[in-house]
Design a protein around this ligand. Sequence first.
Ligand SMILES: [Cu+2]
Length: 444
Amino acid sequence: MSRLFATGLAVAALGVLAPAVSAQAGHADMPGMAGMHDSMAVMAPLDIPHSRMGSGTSWVPDASAMRHYHYQRRSGNWMFMGHGVVDLYYDHQGTSRGGNQIGSTNWLMGMAMGKLGGGMLQLDAMLSAEPFSVGGRGYPLLLQSGESFRGESLHDRQHPHDLFMELSASYEHALSRNLAISLYAAPVGEPALGPVAFMHRPSAQSDPFASIAHHWQDVTHITFGVATVGIYSRTMKLEGSVFNGREPDEDRYDVDFRKPDSWSARLAVNPGTQWSLNASYGFLKSPEELHADESQHRIGASVMRTAPFGATGEWAAALVYGGIQRRIAGTWDKVQHSLLAESNLQLDGRNVVYGRLTWVQKDAEELVVTGFPSERHWGLTTISLGYARELVHFKQTAVELGVRGEVGAIPAELKPTYGTRHPAGLAVYLRLRPMAPSGTAMEM
Ligand SMILES: [Cu+2]
């Protein structure tokens, strides 16, 4: 009951956000869009469009449509934007390791951008009601793993996001016509590591659920204590971060500070408006509370493309690699690899089809499978497909009905555990999010 109540609160929050901002600035009408682009061009160094902003300090292709609400004061010095997604789902995951749940995955984000000292100051706050609306044990998702609940490793469940997903401040300033610097400080935020987190990844935007490689690729998007320095041109950005390497604990309402003991570096390249590539490396000191003596090397690389589709549609795709190497009892273990291919096809203003193919190596301990040495590992493959249709929209908010299925292919050794070599799950959901700005991709 409290889960439904929390979902109601999240919907209400989105409902308040939408009319409050969209009443001030018509998102869909062209004069509004043009006005926004002009003033933002003045604000952002090197004329880099705001559509390039991903999660944290990451980049996505410029051509990616931004589903958001915006509001700009007449003075033009400050601009406010709101993003958000609220899903109400019924999730059924098969086998004895699955489960059924009604709940809500959701996040809301407010951003403020202003001119300061010849540069641009940006303040971001991103919140999620998932600690209430999903619950501490997370939602059923076969073959998923990572983080903990009641002191035990979670498996076949996706943990909820923390109440505070991001609280950050960044400042960007041009050094010359072709070069600028950026500074990012966040009590809760994302270091320059890995691909764009899935909430902000154009190819993952319609999927209410995480990939089973989340902990191999983009899990550091909630990090408690991050400082990042970057230098960039119009097409390239090099960044370095120092941060607290410990993942969020199971108390989802607090901010878990520790001293900055980890670091990362990332190179991003945007050659043209439709592409974005990046590669990163990170050293994480003691990321897991349940394995406090272990550290990790993390390597990541991704290629993203967003292109117009038809008159009003958009096709966003991504290929993501993530690898983890653990140091266990003083020696570096084998690298565990993961690979993901993802696609989001917005056919028109109303219909979207999306899919994801994931392959990841997980070990017996991670999956909590008994009868094998803990380091025994397997390659797991899943494919998920989804379709959503916009039923109605009010103000600038779209209400969509969607269905999402996922089926796995696992080695014979795991068959006794799952009872099948093809564990499968299905979810139906109602989704609220800002409307697709039809034609934006064409404008770019
Ligand atoms: Cu996450």
